[in-house]
Design a protein around this ligand. Structure first.
Ligand code: ARG
Length: 459
C-alpha cells in the first residue's frame, strides 16, 4: 500500500514529481495551531453528540496536545509524504495514541478542515493588521499635534499649490489608515462563520453540532451552505485587497518620505535607525526602509491578482487549485506587518525641518489663490476676473524674481486701481493657512480639533 490515508484504493506510490507539486506541508505547517484547535473542537463535539466514545475523545485530546507540544518544541518531523498539515498531524496522532486516532476524521473532510484553518488564520491576521494600523494612526496623531502650526507647501501635480500645515497633511494619512482599519473590521464580521462540518461538500449523515464547534472556535456561527463553505475564499481575497489598499497608502507615504528627504526638498531628515549608508559614497544616507515599504505594495498587489486569477475559473466546490491560496496570503500577511511596523517607526523618528518647509511654502506663488479670493471679497470682482488679475501679478513678480508680497502697492494698483494695502495681510503663508477654516480645511485650529476628535474616537 502506498498511502497511509488512501492506501485502500491505491496500489502504487506517487511519482516523485507528483509529491513535489502536490505537497503543501512546507508552507501550510504555518497552520498547525489552527489545525489542532479545529481538531480538538471537532473531537469534543463528536463525543458530546455520541458519535465517538468519551474514552476515544480523551485519547484524541491527549494526543493532540502531545502533537502540539512536539511542533512547538521543534521536535515534530514534518513529512512531505504526508502531504499537508492535516495529514501530518493526524498521522502523528495515530503513531502516538493508536486506533482512537482513526475516529477523529469522522464527519469531516480536509476540504472543510482547510477552509476552517485558513479562516482562523486570516481572522487573526486581520486582528493583528487592525492593531498595527492603530499604532500607525497614533504615531501620526502625535506628529500632527506637534506640527499643527507648521506651514509647508501643499502640492498638486507635485507642483506647489497652496500652503497647508504639516499637521493637516499627517491627518490625511490618519483618514486613509482609519479607512483601512474599518475595512479590517468589516471583513472580520463577514468571515466570522465556521465552515467545519460542511465535510467534503455535501454535509454529513452524522448528527454533528456545527453550532457547538463554531462557538468553541470563537465564530459567531456556522456557515449556511456546505458547498459554499468549502468553495469560498472570499475572506482570503478580502484580506489581500484590504492589505493591498493599505500597502498602497503606505507606498504613497514612503514615496513622500523619499522625495522629502532629498537635499533638494530637505523637509525631513531620516533617522539613522531607518536608513543606510553607501559602501562607496561616504556622504550618502539612503531611505531604504521607505523604498522597501514602497516595493512591498507591488508584492502584495501581486498576491491579490494571483489569487483572483487562481479562483476565477474554478467550478464549485473544492479544487486543488485552492491550495495555491496560502503562499500568497502568508506572504502578504508578513509583508503588510513589516511595512506597517517600519512605517510607524519612520513616522515616529522623522526629523522635520520646520524652517525648510516654511521657506518652500513661500515659493511658487503659493498664496496666489489667497490674492484672488481677497479681490473677490474686498473689491467684489467675479472670481474669474480676480483669477486673471492675480495671474498678471504672478507674471510680474516672476519677471523680477520677486514674491507676491514683495510687489510694491503701486505695481499692484496698476493691475487694479482699488487694491489697497490690506492685501498684504493675506499674502503671507501663515495668514493663508489660518484663513482656511472651512470644515476639513487646513487651519491650525481645525487640525487641533480633529486631533482631539480622533483621540476620543480611538479611546
Ligand atoms: N492541502 C490542501 C489545501 O491546502 C488541503 C485540502 C485537500 N483536499 C483535497 N480534497 N485534496 O487545499
Amino acid at each position: 500500500a502506498g498511502n497511509e490515508m488512501w492506501g485502500g484504493r491505491f496500489a502504487a506510490k506517487p511519482a516523485a514529481i507528483m509529491q513535489e507539486i502536490n505537497a503543501s506541508i512546507d508552507f501550510d505547517k504555518r497552520l498547525y495551531a489552527e489545525d489542532i484547535a479545529g481538531s480538538k473542537a471537532h473531537a469534543a463535539m463528536l463525543a458530546a453528540t455520541g458519535i465517538i466514545s468519551p474514552s476515544d475523545e480523551a485519547e484524541i485530546q491527549r494526543g493532540l496536545d502531545l502533537v502540539l507540544g512536539e511542533i512547538e518544541a521543534g521536535t515534530f518531523a514534518f513529512s512531505r509524504e504526508r502531504e499537508d498539515i492535516h495529514m501530518n498531524v493526524e498521522a502523528r496522532l495515530a503513531e502516538l495514541i493508536g486506533p482512537a486516532a482513526g475516529r477523529l476524521h469522522t464527519a469531516r473532510s480536509r476540504n472543510d478542515q482547510v477552509a476552517l484553518d485558513f479562516r482562523l488564520h486570516v481572522k487573526r491576521a486581520f486582528v493583528e493588521t487592525e492593531a498595527a494600523l492603530g499604532r500607525l494612526i497614533l504615531a501620526f496623531l502625535d506628529r500632527a499635534e506637534e506640527h499643527a502650526d507648521t506651514v509647508m507647501p501643499g502640492f498638486t501635480h507635485l507642483q506647489v499649490a497652496q500652503p497647508v500645515t504639516f499637521g493637516h497633511h499627517c491627518l490625511a494619512y490618519v483618514e486613509m489608515f482609519a479607512r483601512d482599519r474599518s475595512r479590517c473590521r468589516d471583513a472580520i464580521a463577514r468571515l466570522d462563520e465556521s465552515p467545519l462540518g460542511a465535510a467534503a461538500l455535501a454535509g454529513t449523515p452524522f448528527p454533528i453540532d456545527r453550532h457547538r464547534t463554531a462557538a468553541a472556535l470563537g465564530f459567531a456561527g456556522p456557515t449556511r451552505n456546505s458547498i459554499d463553505s468549502v468553495s469560498d475564499r472570499d475572506f482570503a481575497l478580502e484580506f489581500l485587497s484590504t492589505a493591498a489598499i493599505a500597502a498602497t497608502h503606505l507606498s504613497r507615504l514612503a514615496e513622500e518620505i523619499v522625495i522629502w528627504s532629498t537635499p533638494q526638498f530637505g523637509f525631513v531628515r531620516l533617522s539613522d535607525a531607518f536608513s543606510t549608508g553607501s559602501s562607496i559614497m561616504p556622504q550618502k544616507k539612503n531611505p531604504d526602509a521607505a523604498e522597501l515599504v514602497r516595493a512591498k505594495a507591488g508584492r502584495i498587489t501581486g498576491a491579490l491578482v494571483a489569487l483572483l486569477t487562481v479562483m476565477k475559473g474554478l467550478p464549485l466546490a473544492y479544487s486543488k487549485d485552492m491550495q495555491e491560496d496560502k503562499e500568497q496570503v502568508f506572504d502578504a500577511i508578513d509583508s503588510i506587518g513589516l511595512s506597517l511596523s517600519a512605517a510607524t517607526g519612520m513616522v515616529r523618528d522623522l526629523g522635520v525641518d520646520v524652517a525648510a518647509m516654511r521657506r518652500a511654502a513661500g515659493h511658487g506663488y503659493s498664496t496666489a489663490t489667497d490674492l484672488a479670493d481677497w479681490l473677490v471679497r474686498e473689491i467684489g470682482l467675479p472670481f474669474r476676473e480676480a483669477h486673471h488679475v492675480t495671474g498678471r501679478a504672478v507674471a510680474l513678480a516672476e519677471s523680477t524674481d520677486a514674491r507676491l508680497e514683495d510687489l510694491p502697492l503701486d505695481v499692484l494698483r496698476s493691475l487694479h486701481p482699488r487694491i489697497h494695502a490690506g492685501v498684504y495681510e493675506v499674502l503671507s503663508v501663515d495668514a493663508s493657512v489660518r484663513s482656511r477654516r472651512s470644515f476639513g480645511g487646513t487651519a491650525p485650529e481645525n487640525v487641533r480639533r480633529e486631533i482631539a476628535e480622533w483621540r476620543a474616537r480611538l479611546g
